[in-house]
Ligand binder design. Structure first.
Ligand SMILES: Nc1ncnc2c1ncn2[C@@H]1O[C@H](COP(=O)(O)OP(=O)(O)O)[C@@H](O)[C@H]1O
Ligand SMILES: [Mg+2]
Length: 209
């Protein structure tokens, strides 16, 4: 049986990395073998693309940026995500297609429909079974990120507000797939919300099958 594909979204500092570790432990205790991966840079080739995306110090054209993310995604899906799903593993992925729509679309202003189409091509229509968006006040996220920021984290507060709005719009558009948690709260309180969503989702699929 194909494994479940769960993606995690939200601004930098929203708590994705912190929560994913806890989620992995939680799911493994329930008997699910998990693969933890991330975008950009979840594959070997993708690691090189990630370096460019986060640290290239020259001007990056926004379409070029978008296509680099897509190239990373195509390699990631085909060489990492799909093989793991086919082995029955639960794949936990830190950022995926919604990041492109939120960052390059809503925040940077590229055409959203075009990004959605490119996502379909890059992923060969491999969609997550569940996406959790960690929603956090922009100021709170920025405080958590602190002083050492990468290229995208250096964007201003306006960019981050549009990003947050974008994620919430996506959640409205795809309410079956995308669930939002309040990530302004403490680590354990956020995790309680996540567990509830995971448990409900599991129950749901058990009833269906
Ligand atoms: N709910 C929370 N409350 C307070 N601090 C948090 C919370 N979640 C994460 N942090 C801290 O904020 C920083 C960024 O969290 P991280 O999980 O790396 O976020 P992301 O992966 O979304 O960028 C880390 O130092 C982490 O310990
Ligand atoms: Mg992280």
């Amino acid at each position: 049986m194909r494994g479940k594909f769960i993606t995690f979204e939200g601004a930098d500092g929203s708590g994705k990395t912190t929560q994913i570790e806890k989620i992995k432990t939680y799911l493994e205790a329930k008997g699910h073998e998990c693969l933890l991966t991330r975008e950009p840079g979840g594959s070997k080739l993708g690691g090189k693309i990630r370096e460019i995306l986060l640290h290239y110090d020259g001007n990056v054209d926004s379409l070029c940026e978008l296509l680099l993310y897509m190239a990373d995604r195509a390699q990631h899906v085909q060489t990492v995500i799909l093989p793991a799903l086919n082995e029955g593993k639960t794949v936990l992925c830190d950022r995926y297609t919604d990041s492109s729509v939120a960052y390059q679309g809503y925040a940077r202003g590229l055409d959203i429909e075009r990004i959605i189409k490119l996502n379909e091509i890059a992923t060969d229509n491999i969609e997550p079974d569940l996406t959790i968006v960690f929603d956090v006040e922009t100021e709170v996220a920025m405080q958590r990120v602190g002083e050492t920021k990468d290229r995208l984290e250096q964007e201003g507060i306006d960019f981050h507000k549009k990003l947050r709005y974008g994620y919430l719009e996506l959640a409205k558009k795809f309410p079956q797939r995308i669930k939002v948690v309040n990530s302004n709260l403490g680590i354990e309180e956020v995790f309680e919300q996540v567990k509830k969503i995971l448990d409900e989702k599991w129950l749901e699929t058990q009833i269906k099958s």
